[in-house]
Write a protein that binds this ligand. Sequence first.
Ligand code: NAX
Length: 329
Amino acid sequence: MATTITITGAGGQIGYALLFRIAAGDMLGPDEKVRLRLLEIPQGMGAAEGAALELQDGAFELLEHVEVTDDPAVAFDGANAALLVGARPRGPGMERADLLAANAGIFGPQGTAIGANAADDVRVVVVGNPANTNALIAASAADGVPAERFTALTRLDENRARAQLAQTLGAPVGGIRRVPIWGNHSATQFPDISHATIDGRPVVDALSTQVGDVRAWQEQTFIPRVAKRGAEIIQVRGSSSVASAANATIEHMRDWMLGTDDWTSAGVVSHGEYGVPEGLVCSFPVRSIDGAWQIVEGLELDEWARTRIDASVAELADERDAVRALGVL
Ligand code: NAX
């Protein structure tokens, strides 16, 4: 049996960077056949159909079937994995409430279609921004699908944080572990190095010889660099992050389905862990065990970390309240 994977916004930039890597086995490994369902809006159909032709020309041995559609019911039919990439970007003069409303109009119906059509084991990762709240909206519309199956991508933020640490320490990124992102995928996110290790030693110890005052470096350099990396990429490249976002999306879904041997980060539904209000889709340190994300519990958080996490969680609660005020949840 092949795995059916739905990609929304498949005609866009991240979609184009995702499709060929999935077809090549980067997400589910070299032995798992895949069936791809590409969902677009009518304006994006040509780009998605063109990508489907190129997928054909890749002659990927793992790729069993590709279907391009603008009908969510068709796109999510039998889906085991759904990568929700297509979203409404913030236009000029658009207020946050307008942005949330426009995206509720996308993620609500997609959640409904997932509830009605996807496979029983469907797993959903939302990439399209505002990712956490879009995941919350889709989950609440998906009848019969546990909220735990809806997640938001914060793996790119974690990868950015690990890469910044590696660069600062002049060490290979592979030795750096346990750098969770807490909160929202936004400028308020908290990349947490307090439990991070480099080759098994505390990162904080290694950093103090490099940067002196580690807390000041976190506040003035590290956190702003990670949280604003998307804007930096736009400034340098002239366009937003694409391949790195696709890479993180593949890693998120691969780890979720195949398991992790250590912590990573994902936006998952809160059951009240660390005082985060129940129901919010918040980024936590997580492990993937037996196909399910589990929040790493019992970590000590000092007052400074707590304040930062609380600020990002307050933003998530504000977004949820704004969506509720629109009558969506
Ligand atoms: P593009 O504008 O290149 O592509 C988006 C595609 O989605 C377009 O082809 C559009 O036609 C399609 N689309 C719009 N509404 C749709 C709908 N209702 N159903 C199906 N398709 C629909 O954007 P791209 O660069 O690919 O970025 C996609 C999203 O990823 C954006 O919302 C962006 O903000 C978000 N990102 C999230 C990141 C994360 O870490 N969570 C990082 C990268 C990226 O910024």
